[in-house]
Design a protein around this ligand. Structure first.
Ligand code: NAD
Ligand code: DAU
Length: 347
C-alpha cells in the first residue's frame, strides 16, 4: 500500500504517519505538505532516513505538483488544511483557498489518476452549536459557524458530490477536538499547558463554559486507519472522544496536574460567533469497523503535559517570531483586534 498523505507535517497528519509506520511497516508514504506556519519537519525527525517515507514540499492547490506526486499511490489521506478557527475569523482567504480549492484540486487529480481510495479528514465543527442533551450523528444538519467550519463543510459537500456523481471512492471522517503530541500551541490545550508551565495567564474566551468533545490524537489515528481500511465507500464517520468537558474545567485540570495556582485563569474577550457546545454520536464507525475511543481525558492530558515538558527544544523552536507576533495580536492586543472585526459586523 502506498499512501498519499496531505498535511503530514502538521499535528494530526504527522501523528498519523508515525502511527501507520508503526502498525503497517511494509506501507509507503508520500507526505505532501506546504509547510505553512503549522507544518513542521521537526514532527517527522524520526523518519528522516526512512526508506519508504518521501516528503514533498508543495501546495495542494497546485494541480501539476499534486498529479506528479500522487501518481502510483493506492490511497489518499487528506489532512492538509488551514485548521485554526481564530485565524479563519481574522483572515478567511487562505482558509477558503486551501480548504475548498485545495480539496477540489485533490479530488480532480485523484479522479484523473483513478486512485482507488480517498479519505477526507473533516471535523465535528460542520454541525455547529448543539443544544444541551443532543449529540450529532452523521445525518445531523450542517450549520457551520466560522469561516473555517464553513470551508470544511464546503469541502465535505464537494467530496460527497463526487461520490454521487462520479462514483468516486471516498470515505469521510469528522472528528472532535484532538489533543496530544506535536500540537501547535495556538490551540487550546497546548496553549494552556505551555502557558501554565511558565506561569503565564491562561486566556479563557468569555465565561469558559463552552464544551468540547476531547479526543486523544492516537484514538483519531486509529479511527482514520479503520475507516480507510474497513469503512464503506461514500460513508461519513464521526470520531468522537470519551469526554465532553468545558474549557474552564480543562484549564483547571491542567493547573492541578502542573501544581499551579488557579489565579492564572484569565477571562478574555470572547471569540466572535463562538460555538457553545459540540458532542458527537460515533456509533456508526463502531458498528462498521469496531473502533471505539480508549484514552480517558485525565490520563491523556497527563501524558500530553509530560510530552511538552520533555520536548522543550521542539517548543522553543515553535515559539519563534511568527508565533510571538500571532500571540501579540490575538492575546496582548485582543480587544483592539476584535474591535477591528466588530467594525465590519452588522449586529
Ligand atoms: P495543522 O494546522 O496542525 O496542520 C495542517 C497541515 O497542513 C500543516 O502541516 C500545513 O503545512 C499543511 N498545509 C496547510 N495548507 C496547505 C496547502 N495549501 N498545501 C499543502 N499543505 C498545506 O492541522 P491539524 O490540527 O493537524 O488538522 C488536520 C486536519 O484535521 C485538518 O483537515 C483539520 O480540519 C482536521 N481536524 C482537526 C481537528 C483538531 O482538533 N486539530 C479536529 C477535527 C478535524
Ligand atoms: O472540533 C474540531 C475542531 O477543533 C477542529 O476542526 C479545528 O481544526 C480545531 O482547531 C478545533 O477547533 P476549536 O475552535 O474547538 O479549538 P480551539 O483549540 O481553537 O479552541 C477550543 C475551545 O477553547 C474553544 O471553545 C475556544 C476556546 N479557547 C481557545 C483558545 C485558543 C479559549 O478559551 N482560549 C484560547 O486561547
Amino acid at each position: 500500500m502506498k499512501l498519499f498523505v496531505t498535511g503530514g507535517a502538521g499535528f494530526i497528519g504527522s501523528n498519523f504517519v508515525h502511527y501507520v509506520f508503526a502498525r503497517r511497516p511494509d506501507w509507503a508514504v508520500v507526505n505532501f505538505d506546504k509547510l505553512t506556519y503549522a507544518g513542521n519537519l521537526a514532527n517527522l525527525t524520526a523518519l528522516a532516513s526512512h526508506p519508504r517515507h518521501r516528503f514533498v514540499r508543495s501546495d495542494i492547490c497546485d494541480g501539476a505538483a499534486v498529479l506528479a506526486a500522487m501518481r502510483g499511490c493506492d490511497a489518499v489521506v487528506h489532512f492538509a488544511a488551514e485548521s485554526h478557527v481564530d485565524r479563519s475569523i481574522y483572515e478567511p482567504a487562505p482558509v477558503v483557498r486551501t480548504n475548498v480549492i485545495g480539496t477540489f484540486t485533490l479530488l480532480e487529480m485523484a479522479r484523473e489518476l483513478a486512485v482507488p481510495r480517498f479519505l477526507h479528514v473533516s471535523t465535528d465543527e460542520v454541525y455547529g452549536d448543539l443544544p444541551p442533551g443532543e449529540a450529532a450523528d452523521e445525518d445531523y444538519p450542517l450549520r457551520p459557524s466560522s469561516p473555517y467550519s464553513a470551508s470544511k463543510a464546503s469541502a465535505d459537500l464537494l467530496v460527497l458530490s463526487y461520490v454521487r456523481t462520479y462514483g468516486f471512492p471516498a470515505v469521510l471522517t469528522r472528528s472532535s477536538n484532538n489533543y496530544g503530541p506535536y500540537q501547535f500551541p495556538e490551540k487550546f490545550l497546548p496553549l494552556m499547558i505551555t502557558n501554565a508551565m511558565i506561569g503565564k495567564p491562561l486566556p479563557l474566551y468569555g465565561d469558559g463554559g463552552q464544551q468540547r468533545n476531547w479526543l486523544h490524537v492516537a484514538d483519531n489515528c486509529r479511527g482514520i486507519l479503520a475507516a480507510l481500511e474497513r469503512g464503506r465507500t461514500g460513508a461519513v464517520y464521526n470520531i468522537g472522544g470519551l469526554d465532553v468537558e468545558a474549557n474552564l474545567d480543562m484549564a483547571r485540570r491542567v493547573l492541578r496536574l502542573l501544581g499551579r495556582s488557579e489565579s492564572l485563569l484569565s477571562h478574555v474577550a470572547d471569540r466572535p460567533g463562538h460555538d457553545r457546545r459540540y458532542a458527537l454520536n460515533s456509533s456508526r464507525i463502531a458498528a462498521d469497523t469496531g473502533w471505539r475511543p480508549k484514552v480517558a481525558l485525565e490520563e491523556g492530558i497527563r501524558q500530553t503535559i509530560e510530552w511538552y515538558a520533555e520536548h522543550s527544544e521542539w517548543l522553543a523552536a515553535v515559539r519563534d517570531g511568527e508565533y510571538m507576533s500571532y500571540y501579540e495580536k490575538f492575546y496582548e492586543n485582543r480587544n483592539a483586534s476584535l474591535q477591528a472585526i466588530a467594525g465590519t459586523r452588522k449586529d
